[in-house]
Design a protein around this ligand. Structure first.
Ligand SMILES: Nc1ncnc2c1ncn2[C@@H]1O[C@H](COP(=O)(O)OP(=O)(O)O)[C@@H](O)[C@H]1O
Ligand SMILES: [Mg+2]
Length: 348
């Protein structure tokens, strides 16, 4: 059994978009050449600004939509065709958690009833075993039997997301893909749900792909982190290493906006402007129009994702030649992304 559970090799996804009925359609490259893997019992964080291709990547990894290039393998086997019986079987081992728990739940049914549904659909266990499993999972996510008898609209946002999580776990999945699972929750509740996910990951040996625009949240839970910019991974590696020595100027800017509690940040890189549209991708390195370090080569030549250390890769022509992160403020450009407080500080 390989230690890798899910592997994506050079996956891509493009969409044809029609701006108006008479205009020619243009192609949006939402995801390009993304290679990543998640190990058993490992949490991989995917972070980047809105529109960077995180959700599309999540859907491709789960096989919810087909890739337009590359391939995905789960447990060393290519993902079966969407909708096939093999795919449906596999889906019990891979579950998705979305931002909006209310949309994921059936409003007409109490929580405990809809938690049994996946077990009934897939004919897992006897009625008594299903009942016991639902009870165990409710306890595991910190919901009482009394709460489980209620309808989704009678629960708080945090309780709903716990219920969604409990339901996703009924089929004993190996992998959870969580797409902005806490972004709609109050900050104090965010920390609780992230901690719960972390505990479940450890106790159940789950693999998790945790997608968020918020590096602070991603950092709390991830063993490894992939940073996406305009559909590509620009930096990837061990979470602690990536935070301590971010190589790509974009990662540095994200890290600057998410300081580690108790550690003084010597230099901050501010991100200016919005990311460009994937329909209008800048030449060379797509980050160059926002990068304070860009040289001519960055405007013309796309940097490959290359090793910058034993556990990390970055796609930057200047990785290794940039000033140390703490000196970077001398190169910072205008605009401010504020000074967010860490999750752990917010709940203490
Ligand atoms: N079904 C679709 N049709 C057309 N464009 C899409 C579709 N899904 C996503 N996109 C575009 O692909 C890009 C990446 O989107 P998405 O994966 O949702 O990013 P993120 O989750 O990082 O915010 C965006 O520019 C988005 O508008
Ligand atoms: Mg998204």
């Amino acid at each position: 059994m390989s230690s890798v559970l899910l592997r994506a090799q050079n996956i891509a996804r493009s969409y044809a978009v029609h701006r108006s009925p008479w205009a020619k359609s243009s192609i949006i490259q939402a995801v390009s050449d993304v290679t990543l893997s998640v190990g058993r019992a490992e949490t991989l964080g995917i972070v980047g600004e809105s529109g960077s291709g995180k959700s599309t990547t999540g859907r491709l990894l789960l096989g919810l939509e087909p890739v337009t290039g590359g391939s995905v393998a789960f447990d060393d086997k290519p993902l079966p065709t969407i909708g096939s019986s093999d795919w449906k079987r596999l889906r019990t081992r891979m579950q998705m958690i979305y931002q909006d728990p209310l949309a994921a739940l059936d409003r007409r049914l109490p929580i405990s009833i809809q938690m049994r549904e996946p077990l009934e659909i897939h004919r897992i266990g006897s009625p008594r075993e299903r009942e016991a499993r639902v009870g165990d999972l409710l306890r595991a996510v910190g919901l009482s039997e009394e709460v489980a008898r209620r309808y989704p609209h009678e629960l708080s946002g945090g309780q709903r997301q716990r219920a969604v999580l409990a339901r996703a776990l009924t089929t004993k999945p190996d992998l959870l893909i969580c797409d902005e699972p806490v972004s709609a929750l109050d900050v104090s509740i965010q920390a609780q749900v992230v901690n719960l996910l972390s505990d479940l990951q450890r106790e159940l040996g789950l693999s998790i792909i945790f997608i968020s625009h918020d590096l602070r949240v991603v950092r709390q839970i991830s063993h490894r982190i992939a940073v996406m910019y305009l559909g590509r991974i620009v930096e990837e590696g061990d979470a602690d290493d990536l935070f301590a020595h971010p190589s790509h100027p974009y990662t540095r800017a994200l890290v600057s906006a998410a300081p580690v509690p108790g550690k003084k940040l010597a230099g901050r890189i501010m991100l200016k402007g919005e990311p460009p549209s994937p329909a209008n991708r800048p030449t060379g390195c797509a980050f160059h129009p926002r990068c304070a370090f860009a040289i001519d080569r960055c405007r013309s030549e796309m940097p490959p994702l290359a090793d910058v250390g034993p556990s990390r890769k970055a796609a930057c022509h200047l990785a290794g030649a940039l000033p140390a992160a703490s000196d970077a403020s001398s190169k910072a450009v205008g605009g401010s992304i504020g000074s967010p407080v860490s999750l752990s500080e917010q709940i203490s």
